[in-house]
Design a protein around this ligand. Structure first.
Ligand code: CA
Length: 362
């Protein structure tokens, strides 16, 4: 089998009701999608934060055997291709390999430890409204009523907003729901520690990206100072960026994004490094149905760590924000029931792409 063409799509979805994290307002969502076409009639789909340049595709992808994922990865990287763009190609290669073997990708990754994954609702953004606390409490109660046993709220808006609203949401949802917070790199080291000490009183599952994504020394300092798990690394690209974060003991939990870190091929290397260093892996997921499906295959194939009778759950980040490219790009949408999501069982990624929607948002 040989790759004969690669089509790239730059997708933009305009958001109806803008929302903010600590760094920016989101008014549209942008994603890169690739379609890798082979001479056998099999087509694979991949997603990345960006797509590769035509020159790199022609030099490193076209004419190759799609099973040579390592060779293609190294070739693209050596050529200077953005790792997020390599991710898109790599995911498409695994989709092709699965389809060619008539097996879901998690079978190729070594088999499933689980066929259903507990999801945590990612929402609780800052909205343009008069009473943030009331809006957040209502939204959090909605997730609990929908069956979610875990959720995550955006912080990083200053001590007043964070301390007041995290306490209000924790009170509203009770103590049985897992509750994490995410500052999206909105604090410096000192503020992260000062605010974090107050937030830690709310029995939080983790404090995500308190500071700049690459500040290894800062994360080490914050992790020592705070009595809760520190997570991050969703923006890191390639095994070398993760190496220092993991080996310096900077994070309790790494959150590689399969569409940013380098696809399945690189994610496995990062996860192995984390396992060897007793660091937990909970993938980041904020994208289209392709990223959602890819993340589910990875979660199916991640062993429990530690291998306890009652292990810390393998959690899927379930983005609750409005995005038709997540909810409608796959012909059969991937949805949750009582906060649980089934791992796709069809060949490859296990989804069929809605080409009309792809064209509409291209
Ligand atoms: Ca995040």
């Amino acid at each position: 089998m040989k790759i004969v063409d690669v089509k790239t799509y730059s997708l933009v979805y305009p958001v109806q009701e803008p929302f903010a994290n600590a760094m920016r307002w989101t008014r549209e969502r942008a994603f890169g999608v690739v379609e890798v076409i082979t001479d056998s009639g099999i087509t694979g789909w991949g997603e990345g934060a960006t797509v590769p340049a035509r020159r790199a595709i022609e030099a490193q992808v076209i004419g190759r055997n799609p099973f040579h994922n390592e060779v293609i990865w190294e070739g693209l990287h050596k050529q200077g291709t953005d790792t997020a763009a390599i991710s898109a190609i790599d995911i498409a290669l695994w989709d092709i390999m699965g389809k060619a073997l008539d097996q879901p990708i998690h079978h190729l990754l070594g088999g499933a430890f689980r066929d259903r994954v507990q999801a945590y609702a990612t929402g609780l953004f800052r909205r343009d409204c008069a009473d943030h606390t009331a809006a957040l409490v209502a939204e959090a109660r909605g997730y609990a009523d929908a069956g979610f046993k875990a959720m995550k709220m955006k912080v990083g808006f200053g001590p007043d907003y964070d301390i007041k609203n995290v306490a209000a949401v924790r009170r509203a949802i009770g103590d049985d729901i897992l509750f994490a917070v995410d500052a999206n790199c909105g604090y410096d080291r000192g503020s992260a520690i000062a605010v974090g000490q107050k937030l830690a009183e709310n029995n939080l599952l983790w404090f995500e990206e308190p500071i700049s994504a690459d500040d290894v020394e800062g994360y080490v300092q914050i992790r020592r100072a705070l009595n809760m798990r520190i997570s991050g690394a969703e923006q890191l690209r390639g095994r070398w960026a993760f190496r220092r974060m993991i080996q310096e003991g900077a994070l309790d939990i790494i959150q590689p994004d399969v569409c940013v870190c380098g696809g399945f091929t690189e994610f496995r290397k990062i996860a192995a490094m984390a396992s060897a260093n007793h660091v937990r892996v909970i993938p980041h997921m904020f994208g289209t149905a392709i990223r959602l499906a890819a993340t589910l295959h990875l979660l199916a194939a991640l062993p429990d760590a530690p291998r306890a009778l009652e292990p810390f759950p393998a959690l899927l980040e379930y983005d609750m924000s409005e995005n038709a490219l997540r909810t409608m790009l796959a012909r059969e949408p991937i949805s949750h029931t009582d906060g649980i999501v089934a791992v796709p069982q069809g060949p490859g990624l296990g989804i069929e792409i809605n080409r009309d929607l792809l064209e509409k948002y291209s």
